[in-house]
Each structure stands twice: as C-alpha cells, then as structure tokens.
Design a protein around this ligand. Sequence first.
Ligand SMILES: [Zn+2]
Ligand SMILES: [Zn+2]
Ligand SMILES: [Zn+2]
Length: 348
Amino acid sequence: MPEIRQDPLSSRWVIFAEDRERRPNEYRLARHHRHASQCPFCAGHEADTPPPIAQYGRDGRQALGPVQTHEDWLVRVVPNKFPALVGHDHAADDAERTRPVPPCHPGRPRDLYQQRPAIGSHEVVVESPRHVASLTELSHDEAMLTLRAYRDRLRHLRQVHTLRYALVFKNVGPAAGASLEHAHSQIAATPILPVELQRELSAAETSYAMHGECLFCRMLEQELAEERRLVATSADGIAFCPFASRTPYETWVLPRQHASHFEDQSLEQLADLARFLPQVLERLERLHPRLAYNFFLHTAPFDTLPLHHYHWHIEIIPRLTTAAGFEWGTGLFINPVLPENAARTLRD
Ligand SMILES: [Zn+2]
Ligand SMILES: [Zn+2]
Ligand SMILES: [Zn+2]
C-alpha cells in the first residue's frame, strides 16, 4: 500500500507509491505515437482499463456500471491503473458513501516522523473516445462533459469522510510528466490538505481579515482595470498572466463571480468554461505548437462550507523552462519572460 510521510522540517508530505515505477510510458517507446492501435484510452480498448467509475454518453447523461460499447461514451472516468493513493473502494460507491478504512498510524505527537497509509483515490478522466492529444481538439460536448466529470467526482469524493482534498490536474506532453498522449486528466484525492493549498488558504484568509474582500476578487478587479496582464475574458471567466508568474506564459483562469468550491458551479457556468478554457489553451498552443504544460484546479477543501475568502481557479503552467538547483534549493523561480509581455503576446 502506498504510504504518505511528512518531512518535519518543511511540513511537506511525500507519497511513496513504488508500483508507479511499472507505469507504461509510450513517450519512452516512440515519439508522438498518434495512432489508436495500442492506446488504452481509445474507443474499442475499454477492456484495457479497470471498469469505469462513471461514463457520460452523447446525450450528456451519466451512466454507471458495466462497460458500454464505444458508440455510447464521450467521456469516461476510470481508476488509475497505477495509483499513488488507494483504499477508496470504487465498487462500493453506490452502496455506501463512507466505508471502513484500514488502520491509520498518524504517529504520536512526540514522534519525529509522521506517516500514514496513502488512503485516497486516483482517477483518470478520459476526455474523448478519439485519439486526440489536447483539450483544444475536443468537441464542445466532450469539453463540457469533462468539466461535468470533474464536478460530479468532486461532489462525490467530498462525502467520503477520510478525504480532505482532491486535486484535478492535467499533464500534457512528456516534459510535463505525461506518460500517455490521449487527452486525459486526473483526480487525486488525499487524506491531508496539501501544503500549497494550506498556504493559499491562509494568505487568502489573512487578506480577507485585513480588507474585508476576497483576495482573488481584488486581483481580478485589478487585472481587468490594468489590462496589461489580461489574456482573454468570457461572460463568466477571466484569464491573465499572474503578477509573479513562475514560468513564461503561466496563465490563471478564474470565474468572475466569487465561488470557493468548483463543485458548486452551475451547468451554465461550466458551459462557458468549456468554451473559454480551450480558447485560452489555444492561444498558448498557437505560440508553441504541441506545448507541454500542467494545469491544476485549486478549489476549497472538502470539509469547508462556501468561503468568503477563497476563490477557485485554474493555474496553467507551461513547461518551457526546467526547475533546477536554484529553484529546488530556494523555492525561488527564475522567469525569463515578464507576465506583461507574455500576456501581450498571447492577446495578439
Ligand atoms: Zn487513444
Ligand atoms: Zn473571490
Ligand atoms: Zn492556486
């Protein structure tokens, strides 16, 4: 079973999942292998993944249960074959929302080292039955159902009492850590609140206490007023290069209307995002064809009610530079492109 350990110096948690060494890596075998014959995520290869947790059909309806024929699904959610976190029993999902948990050894308070089983879940959202590589190649229905899948899975996972957080993320291209090319995202639910989130939450809380307004809402107002770092806007969303971008062309996507939990978004809001997000990514890809990037969705922890001070957002991190010794040693980033210049290039 994977194990999670905390570094006493930095409070950083590390998941040890030795099984993941055995993951297939199609990039290692061949560059850009854009054919469906061996891809486990392509239509016709449903049996190559574990049974689905959820599937969404052409009519937009969600179906659970046995594998359907390939004409039936547009988006499917399957357990990760090489999970970093395990123990959340998908087969029991329908029967019960909370289930017995293997014994936990959080360590006594005086112990130097904290460790516990890495209980959680690790799911894959297959975004299309066709072998496409990017979110920008999805149909509107596929993009919409992908976001629906995020929302539905977050709504489900937040009811599991052992889980505190779930990160929705995407690795695109080998430089971003992807092992398969077929468009997919991942949802990793953890029994702890990751340090990055803890940091954002406490900064947002402090700022709210000082200004009586959400830090993200203030940022959004300022970016709309200044326009220098603005990349694009939609009816419900805004995209900009953050003031202290870590990498060239780092881009954040936020809803204009304050909301702390992504899973509370309406279908209309998701439909707007399903159009807007590919448009933003398209600007990045136009600049760098086959761009490698990571994106992740930061939303409020499961055990919170709607928060005044936190605002969900998507962070897109293009992998054009590599974090090296200085970044590892200091946590400081060196970025060769000012966000004002990056945003101008992306706008034009
Ligand atoms: Zn494929
Ligand atoms: Zn806000
Ligand atoms: Zn964030």
